[in-house]
Design a protein. Structure first.
Length: 147
């Protein structure tokens, strides 16, 4: 990854992060994990002590829901369709180019891992966002169930 980033003209800061094993996917995964925790923990509804000036105030409902809904709407379908593509490559219906990997099999293995992660995170994000949506709805709104 470091050689590829260097070859593509990445900045010194980016190369330093890459040399420590941190790339955009790691940083975005950390933000995504923080978002998921915020959707299921009490501090996702009321700002905790460590937010200094916001401590004790209610978190605006849209603040975690907007990225959660956008993330769920993009990552879940991407992961599910990617799993379908990986399945077609695994059965020999389609081929995959090795890209920066040593072989097509290596690229396929990384694709399986990535697509399962995207699909899993997207579905989990959808479930957590739905739960947060119902737990934080304004009082007086009654949830109508299926009949």
């Amino acid at each position: 990854m470091l050689a590829t980033s260097r070859r593509n003209g990445a900045s010194e800061m980016w190369l330093t992060l890459e040399s420590w094993g941190l790339d955009a996917t790691v940083l975005l995964a950390a933000l995504g994990t923080f978002l998921l925790w915020g959707l299921v923990r009490p501090w996702g509804q009321v700002f905790p002590r460590w937010t200094l000036f916001l401590h004790g105030r209610r978190v605006p409902r849209w603040l975690p829901l907007a990225p959660a809904l956008i993330g769920a709407a993009t990552l879940a379908p991407y992961g599910v369709l990617g799993i379908g593509y990986c399945a077609l490559v695994s059965t020999g219906v389609l081929t995959i180019r090795p890209g920066d990997f040593h072989s097509s099999q290596s690229a396929l293995l990384v694709s399986w891992i990535g697509m399962i992660a995207f699909a899993g995170y997207g579905v989990t994000l959808a479930v957590a966002a739905r739960s947060y949506w119902f737990r934080t709805r304004p009082t007086g709104q009654v949830r109508t169930g299926a009949r």
